[in-house]
Design a protein around this ligand. Structure first.
Ligand code: FPP
Length: 248
């Protein structure tokens, strides 16, 4: 077993890890290749980190694969990312089932190209009874979009008398987000040296520990994952209380 892995306290594992997979383009540039080459190599890290999380016992892994803002990229790159998604789901379906991993998505996937949408639906259906870990892909996702959708639904329910204003609570908002049923991420990892949240799970990361690394996503390995988890386990999570209170 890797030395880092053996240091992880399995009783203090984050139940949900969210990742902003960043740096594919710069990694490709470093290798003198087009950006799409970086995304293709990023798939290897997706596989490696999914496997690493499942092996440890992480229950939910959410990956930011395509934001609503990513539509603004050159169409060649957008098309390549969509094709890569279809190809990857096709290739990885067996591994997901063999490893008892359930595929889920957050975001408005109905607005993805039809082939990608259908591939996702069939992947979700084929893995729906798996229970070891949820692999959640954020696709055509942005947190503000999600929050606006939730507000619209809640406002409509109040207007129609389905709920009263007093019934609007944090839990009710939780249940109107695309992550409903999934506990909040306890650890958020962003690769590539950028220190931004980029419209990702803004509501859900209220108390998440943030971990930034300079490693580009295609180079992010299980060892890097272990390092992030060990860092997380050294933090004192206070949830607004004092250090003395939480250490009692
Ligand atoms: C960010 O790097 C990466 C993305 C926007 C796409 C992530 C996609 C993959 C890893 C491959 C497909 C995923 C699945 C789940 C099959 P960037 O392009 O912004 O890099 P840069 O900041 O260096 O330009």
């Amino acid at each position: 077993m890797s030395e880092l892995k053996s240091k992880i306290d399995l009783k203090k594992l984050p139940k949900h890890i969210a990742v902003i997979m960043d740096g594919n383009g710069r990694w490709a540039k470093q290798h003198g290749k087009p950006r799409v080459f970086g995304h293709k190599n990023g798939v290897r890290s997706v596989r490696e980190i999914s496997e690493g999380c499942a092996e440890l016992g992480v229950e939910h892994l959410t990956l930011y694969a395509f934001s609503t803002e990513n539509w603004g990229r050159p169409s060649l790159e957008v098309n390549a990312l969509m094709a890569l998604l279809v190809e990857t789901i096709g290739k990885e379906m067996r591994t997901l089932n063999e490893n008892n991993i359930r595929l889920k998505t957050i975001g408005d996937i109905s607005n993805l190209p039809e082939r990608s949408y259908k591939a996702l639906l069939s992947g979700i259906e084929a893995t729906k009874n798996n229970s070891r870990m949820d692999l959640v892909l954020a696709l055509n996702y942005s947190s503000r979009w999600e929050i606006v959708q939730a507000i619209k639904t809640i406002a409509k329910d109040v207007k129609e008398g389905i709920i009263s204003e007093q019934e609007i609570t944090g839990d009710l908002v939780d249940n109107h987000l695309t992550t409903r049923g999934i506990p909040d991420p306890e650890l958020l990892i962003r690769t590539s040296g950028e220190k931004r949240i980029s419209n990702y799970l803004l509501w859900q990361i209220a108390y998440a520990e943030l971990y930034f690394t300079d490693v580009f996503w295609p180079d992010f390995s299980k060892e890097h994952l272990y390092q992030a988890i060990l860092d997380f386990q050294q933090r004192e999570r206070r949830f607004g209380k004092t250090g003395e209170q939480v250490r009692k």
